[in-house]
Design a protein around this ligand. Structure first.
Ligand SMILES: [Zn+2]
Length: 115
């Protein structure tokens, strides 16, 4: 029980740390053709522009997204990773809470029955 509450404290620390940076979004990287018909990108797929990165997400029921400049790509990846880690820690905390609740209820029941 002590070990579990230590783990829980550590996990809650991870939740707080990740909550500060996390974003919930997909990261897609696509190449594209430009507006100049004479540009090589129109005839040779290998010479398309990019890849350009976009964060994609749903907001208010609609698909949305925005461009990620190359200098922000690592930050975007880190923010996505923070969400994954937040979710994993939250799932673990929820499992510990469930187990603690079960034990607490069983203990209360035994105390009642034992009276
Ligand atoms: Zn082009």
């Amino acid at each position: 029980m002590v070990r579990r509450s230590n783990e829980k404290r550590k996990l809650i620390g991870e939740l707080v740390k990740n909550a500060k940076a996390m974003i919930q979004a997909g990261l897609s990287q696509t190449t594209r053709t430009c507006g100049q018909p004479s540009c090589a990108c129109h005839s040779d797929p290998a010479r398309r522009h990019g890849p350009n990165a976009y964060l994609t997400f749903r907001a208010e029921g609609r698909s949305s997204g925005f461009y990620v400049a190359p200098e922000h790509l690592e930050e975007a990846k880190g923010a996505k990773r923070a969400w994954d880690e937040f979710w994993q820690a939250a799932t673990r905390v929820a499992a510990i809470n469930r187990e603690e609740m079960k034990v607490r209820w069983q203990t209360a029941r035994k105390a009642r029955v034992g009276r």
